[in-house]
Structures are given as structure tokens and as C-alpha cells.
Design a protein around this ligand. Structure first.
Ligand SMILES: [Mg+2]
Length: 226
């Protein structure tokens, strides 16, 4: 066995975050008195992505950017809606949505018989704990390391220090990071000297030339890798 310790990203790796997000956006729009449309969703996403990029660069806290995305969105629309209420509705909805990605349940079930599985995730703790509690994959995961609880996030060294401090027997040579994000998962594994598997079902390019040890488009491909 090459990698007895498997560190899985959550969103858009084991959980279908896009589908959960769509539902959460619809509910938050409703809270603000907005009728959902793809065009409005696109305009919200511009602010949402810009705010999360600020967070990823360490320029603002999660609490700030979660509110700020709705503040900016409502300001652009010129409407007098409450960003805090919209954000609460958004997070509450996300916490109840644990749609699995294709084959994630069967892959986790099978690998859990031979490997130790962990979740490494940059997320709002209340959302991720809520989602995890309802998830079909929950019994197959030994622990979940949520950035908000760790006090650091992927791709920082501090985050992986936290993860390594909480798993007995793990070394930089016996684990594999599996995730869809180049900027958090793959970059984090590069920084910390860990083997990594890029889950890339949409066949996105790797513009920064990060080290990718394995690339898969289907989670079942892991069987031959680990
Ligand atoms: Mg992800």
C-alpha cells in the first residue's frame, strides 16, 4: 500500500458544492426579496469569488467576507436588503446540503476498509459540521480538519502542521492529498512536500505549473493509485 493515509478535500471533491451552493443562493435571494435568475447568480458570484480571493490571500476574515459578498451585491443592485440575514440563510442552507459527488460514497466505503480517511477542508465550521453530520460518507471518515477550527487554512504550512499534529502515524511520505483546487489542495501539498492527486473532472488547465503527482477525472481511479 502506497498511501495508507488519505487526506480528502470536501467541497467539489467528496461533496457536490456547486449543487449545494445553487440551493443556498436561491434561498438567500428569497430572503432579500429577489427572484432567482442565472444572471443575478452570475453577478452575485463575481462578488463572492472576489471576497473569497481576499480571504485566500489572508486579507480579511471569513466572517467579514461572508457578509461583504452580500453587501457588495446588494449595493450593486441598489437594494436595501440585509446582508446578515441573507448570509445566515445562505450558511444555514449550505449546512443542510450534503450532496455527494459521483462515486464518492462507494469510494470512501471501499477505501475505508484498508486506509485511514480524513477530511481537510477550508470552510465555515458550523456549515461543514452540519453537512458532515448528514453525509453518507461520515462513517468512513476518521476525522475532519476544518480550517476555522484549525486557526489556519490550506495551503498554509500552519494548517498542515495542525493536521499532522492530530493524526498518529502520519508522515510526509505515507499520505496522499486528494482535492479539486490547485490553489488550496495541490498548492498546499506542494508547500508541505506531500504527494497529491488532483481531482479534475472538468479537465481544467494547470497554469502555474504546480507539481501534480496524479490527476484523475473519476474518484474510482484512486483504487489503482493508493
Ligand atoms: Mg474543493
Amino acid at each position: 500500500m502506497r498511501y495508507p493515509y488519505l487526506l480528502f478535500d470536501a467541497d467539489n471533491t467528496l461533496f457536490d458544492f456547486d449543487r449545494a451552493e445553487l440551493r443556498a443562493v436561491k434561498v438567500s435571494f428569497k430572503t432579500a426579496g429577489l427572484a432567482y435568475s442565472e444572471e443575478l447568480h452570475r453577478r452575485y458570484s463575481v462578488h463572492n469569488n472576489a471576497c473569497w480571493a481576499m480571504f485566500d490571500r489572508g486579507e480579511a476574515s471569513k466572517e467579514f467576507i461572508c457578509l461583504e459578498r452580500f453587501r457588495r451585491f446588494f449595493a450593486e443592485l441598489g437594494i436595501d436588503a440585509d446582508p446578515a440575514a441573507a448570509n445566515r440563510a445562505h450558511l444555514d442552507t449550505l449546512a443542510t446540503c450534503s450532496f455527494p459527488t459521483p462515486y464518492s460514497v462507494e469510494v470512501c466505503e471501499r477505501l475505508s476498509k484498508t486506509h485511514r480517511l480524513f477530511l481537510i477542508t477550508n470552510a465555515v465550521a458550523s456549515v461543514q459540521r452540519g453537512r458532515l453530520a448528514r453525509a453518507e460518507i461520515r462513517p468512513y471518515l476518521e476525522a475532519a480538519f476544518i480550517s476555522e477550527e484549525a486557526g489556519a487554512q490550506k495551503p498554509t504550512k500552519e494548517y498542515f502542521d495542525y493536521v499532522f499534529a492530530h493524526i498518529d502515524g502520519i508522515t510526509t511520505d505515507n499520505c496522499l492529498v486528494i482535492g479539486d483546487s490547485l490553489t488550496s489542495d495541490i498548492s498546499g501539498a506542494n508547500n508541505y512536500g506531500l504527494a497529491c492527486c488532483w481531482f479534475n473532472p472538468k479537465h481544467a488547465p494547470n497554469p502555474d505549473g504546480l507539481r501534480v503527482d496524479y490527476e484523475i477525472a473519476d474518484l474510482r481511479e484512486l483504487y489503482d493509485i493508493v
